[in-house]
Ligand binder design. Sequence first.
Ligand SMILES: Cc1cc2nc3c(=O)[nH]c(=O)nc-3n(C[C@H](O)[C@H](O)[C@H](O)COP(=O)(O)OP(=O)(O)OC[C@H]3O[C@@H](n4cnc5c(N)ncnc54)[C@H](O)[C@@H]3O)c2cc1C
Length: 261
Amino acid sequence: MAIIRHPDIRRMLMQMRSQVEAMRALAYSVAAAHDAAARHPDAAQRAQNQAYVDLMIPVVKGWSTENGNTLSYLGVQVFGGMGFVEEAGAAQFMRDARITTIYEGTTGIQANDLMGRKIAREGGATIKSVIGMMEQTRAEVSKQAGPAFVALAAALGRGIDALKQATDYIVANYGKDVRSVAVGAVPFLRLMGIVSGGWMMARAALVAEGKIAAGDADPFYPAKIATAHFYAEHAMSEAAGLAQEVVQGGASALALDEAMF
Ligand SMILES: Cc1cc2nc3c(=O)[nH]c(=O)nc-3n(C[C@H](O)[C@H](O)[C@H](O)COP(=O)(O)OP(=O)(O)OC[C@H]3O[C@@H](n4cnc5c(N)ncnc54)[C@H](O)[C@@H]3O)c2cc1C
């Protein structure tokens, strides 16, 4: 039987497809904001776009490179033993991905930048305005019918709540106990990536729905909605756990004496 007919293979392929689409969409949104930050005729718009770029750059770098490792690992798993040996080429992608979380700033440094310089230092002002944009998208998604949009609205709601909870904790505690808060820097970066990715997939699904409603029969559009549906039910389910890790996980990570390692 062709391996694509196994449910677990389909899950892995959908995980790869949905995450790649979410990461690409987030990177494009930051690239577009980068252009607007440089060229928009209105100074307030330039400043707003620059703030979005500054907030999101560590997310695009850190979340996408960590995910690249997970997804290239899955690429090997999809091919089984043929993935591990060289003929399929999948193992080479996995090796190539491994350096990306190290050079040009390790994930830990990207996450510190996000939490410290981009959030705590300005009291969370930019991230709160981005969460406001996510809430607007969620309201749009809630007006649509069908199981994909119901799942997207619910997942986005839970993701936004998790992001708010973790952001409030960082803003309130960074100045008081920076070491405990910094334990949660990488989980927070992942939380931010997952929820921002869900926001992008929701925006893409809304555009796709509009195209379908206008009579466009391109199968790209229903596939986009199905992929966003998968992302909502699989990727977004991690958000609440990551917020809990950020808010509660500091003390246990720092509890052991250095000599015990
Ligand atoms: C193949 C390759 C190509 C490279 N190419 C270039 C290049 O072209 N130009 C260039 O400038 N550099 C390059 N580098 C260097 C690269 O930028 C560094 O390897 C990278 O910045 C990590 O620094 P480090 O290796 O000294 O690790 P360290 O800084 O020692 O980090 C080790 C671990 O500690 C963590 N860590 C360190 N400081 C902190 C902190 N303050 N808070 C929390 N965690 C922390 C890190 O996240 C990491 O997990 C390259 C490296 C490699 C391997």
